[in-house]
Design a protein around this ligand. Structure first.
Ligand SMILES: NC(=O)c1ccc[n+]([C@@H]2O[C@H](COP(=O)([O-])OP(=O)(O)OC[C@H]3O[C@@H](n4cnc5c(N)ncnc54)[C@H](O)[C@@H]3O)[C@@H](O)[C@H]2O)c1
Length: 280
């Protein structure tokens, strides 16, 4: 199917890489005009250039309100309006024990992962509300549903993104604007594989070994791909989702749904072994 976003204008943050880059490609393929933004300017320019006249790139650091406001204004100036904001930019956070938490680093994570989403919504609404139409999509995470697996700053920010998105939906619905979050699970991007000490090329060369490695973690025995998340973004951006707002759509292979069935049985066997035998 194509043309699902015909005539729509989108702004995507963090669009030079990973999920944001693939979403820009998919949005354009579905008929949208897209302003890509990022702080990786060379990669961002290249990504936009590859999409031809339906896309442009602009530097925007999501920790800066002026940068985000400027990007919203440029989308309107260049393409005439703004229908879709995809607040996607992110960083992995800092894994430390609570006693070692560096509060400046915590504040930076919150600025990139949470405050940016609030600023984006503020400025997108500024131009969407007068037109009584729009779709705001915030990239949260399965980590926002299930804490523990990722750093505290990351899961806290993502949980707050989900909560904020729900409140936003309740404010903006009567103005014709929808707000939803996407909660990806383990998805093969530079962020995830970098955290595993690998590069994308190395991971791609591994073939089926990659899915086999993630099989014990997820309900579905595989890792996520950028297209899995971009597909959800296309859906939420499109009129097909016209009755969908305030949702946290998990696209996570089931990782945040519950305990992995066979893994849990193995752990319970360990419990039974420890409890068996002489009660003394
Ligand atoms: N990959 C996963 O497994 C996974 C899982 C759940 C959620 N997510 C989320 O998906 C989103 C996209 O991440 P990805 O996996 O595609 O990673 P990625 O590293 O490929 O892309 C993230 C992009 O955000 C940009 N960025 C970082 N800081 C920025 C800033 N201050 N201003 C503007 N841009 C900035 C980076 O330059 C990069 O291009 C993030 O919000 C991430 O938290 C990823």
């Amino acid at each position: 199917m194509s043309g699902r976003l015909n005539g729509k204008v989108a702004l995507i943050t963090g669009a030079a890489s990973g999920i944001g880059k693939r979403s820009a490609e998919r949005f354009v393929a579905e008929g949208a005009k897209v302003l890509l933004t990022d702080i990786q300017d060379v990669k961002g320019e290249e990504a936009a250039a590859a999409l031809g006249g339906s896309a442009a790139y602009r530097h925007a650091d999501v920790t800066s309100e002026a940068d985000i406001a400027g990007a919203v204004d440029e989308a309107v100036r260049r393409f005439g309006k703004l229908d879709i904001l995809f607040s996607n930019a992110g960083i992995p956070g800092n894994r430390t024990g609570i006693e070692e938490t560096d509060i400046a680093a915590w504040d930076h994570s919150m600025a990139v992962l949470l405050r940016s989403v609030v600023i984006g919504a503020k400025h997108a609404t500024r131009v969407m509300r007068p037109r009584a139409s729009g779709s705001i999509i915030n990239l949260a995470s399965a980590a926002g549903l299930l804490p523990g697996a990722t750093p505290h700053d990351y899961s806290t920010a993502k949980g707050a993104v989900i909560h904020f998105t729900k409140g936003l939906a309740m404010e903006l619905g009567e103005s014709g604007i929808r707000a939803n979050a996407i909660c990806p699970g383990y998805t093969l991007t530079p962020m995830l594989v970098g955290g595993l000490g690998l590069g994308m090329q190395a991971v791609e060369a591994m073939g089926p070994r990659v899915d086999a490695a993630f099989a014990p973690v997820n309900a579905l025995p595989k890792a996520g791909r950028v297209d899995d998340i971009a597909s959800a973004a296309v859906y939420l951006a499109s009129d097909e989702a016209g009755f969908v707002t305030g949702q946290a759509l998990a696209v996570d292979g089931g990782v945040a749904v519950g305990a992995h069935w066979s893994g849990h049985r193995g752990r319970m066997r360990g419990v039974m072994e420890k409890l068996s035998g002489d009660p003394a």
